[in-house]
Design a protein around this ligand. Structure first.
Ligand code: A3P
Length: 321
């Protein structure tokens, strides 16, 4: 091999100048949805940068989720609640003209992506809503140690998986081979896609919400679907923006619930076009918005496997679906 020049060959193959010119390295994006990993390099860099530089204020609010568990919904609800005195809910409301991801920026996709310095949070309208998919343990210290509050929404892993799979199919570049639902399911059960393992993500916030209920609010997608107004009141109270008796009488709770509903949001022109996060089309953020859609996609065998994983990982925690 020495005589045949194999070392030189490998060096040339792996050289910067060669790899840079390969077609496969000029297209696509390296994301956890494409690769068999829970976090992409860009996400890790942005997380580290936010850990180093974010100076969260007591008034800030962090909205956290695992992908496809209700991020968009939580963002619109929180925005509508904390800014309800500033805007008319029937006309010219920012939620009707701006995508939720522009109104509540992600730490790892907007504020700390591609740079290693502080982000100017003073640009955000007060109290400053921040979004993230980070696990609790990875949140910047200033979030954990300041008076800033953290609201988390969790969704049953069956529907979350199905939603993730659809999303992945939509955003996966046409230039790479498609993945079967079984392949993605296997990654999900092993906890190697999309900020997984999902059980560790949920349990991190779940435990914190029990130990420090004033710090972390734990909401469930299914309960919010079942009783939207009740859960909206809970969220508003936690965010220190409780509804007054007068607002209750005027039906403000129901107005916000309607404004933020899946049916309303999906039909808004601003949510049908454009790209608010990376390369993902806004229309991909709204699919069915139902509870229990997983029965249309998971075979009994797949469902049994996920049930076993959930029993093993979540059993005894008190977190049930
Ligand atoms: P489905 O794919 O099951 O329809 P995320 O916002 O974390 O990406 O989660 C996406 C899921 O939330 C999608 O689920 C989407 O339809 C649903 N969703 C988006 N906006 C919603 C809303 N306002 N109310 C309820 N569900 C919503």
């Amino acid at each position: 091999e020495e005589r045949e020049g194999v070392i030189k060959e490998i060096s040339r193959l792996c050289s910067f100048s060669n790899l840079k010119e390969l077609e496969v390295n000029k297209i696509g994006r390296s994301t956890p949805f494409i690769e068999n990993k829970a976090f992409s390099g860009e996400e890790i860099q942005a997380i580290i940068s936010s850990q180093k530089h974010l100076q969260a204020q007591d008034t800030n609010i962090v909205l956290s989720t695992i992908p496809k568990s209700g991020t968009t919904w939580l963002k619109v609800l929180a925005f509508a609640v904390v800014h309800r005195k500033h805007f008319d809910k029937k006309k010219n409301h920012p939620l009707m003209t701006s995508n939720p991801y522009d109104l509540v920026p992600f730490l790892e996709y907007k504020l700390y992506v591609n740079h290693d310095r502080s982000s100017d949070l003073s640009q955000l309208p007060q109290p400053g809503l921040l979004g993230t998919h980070m696990p609790y343990s990875a949140l910047p210290n200033s979030v954990k140690e300041s008076g800033c509050r953290v609201a988390y929404i969790c969704r049953n892993p069956f529907d979350t998986f199905v939603s993730q799979w659809h999303f992945l199919m939509k955003v996966r570049p046409k230039t790479v081979a498609p993945l079967s639902i079984e392949e993605v399911f296997d990654m999900y059960c092993k906890g190697v896609i999309g900020f997984s393992p999902y059980w560790a993500h949920m349990l991190g916030y779940w435990k914190e919400s029990i130990e420090r209920p004033h710090k972390v609010l734990f909401l469930k997608y299914e309960e919010m679907k079942e009783e939207p107004s009740l859960n909206l009141r809970k969220l508003a109270e936690f965010l220190r923006h409780s509804f007054s008796l007068e607002e209750e009488r005027e039906g403000v709770v129901e107005e916000i619930t309607r404004l933020c509903s899946f049916e309303n949001m999906k039909e808004l022109e601003v949510n049908k076009s454009g790209k608010a996060i990376l390369d993902f089309g806004n229309e991909n953020l709204f699919r069915k918005g139902e509870v229990g859609d997983w029965v249309n996609y998971l075979t009994p065998l797949l469902a049994e496997r996920l049930t076993e994983v959930m029993e093993e990982k979540l059993g005894g925690s008190g977190l049930t679906f």
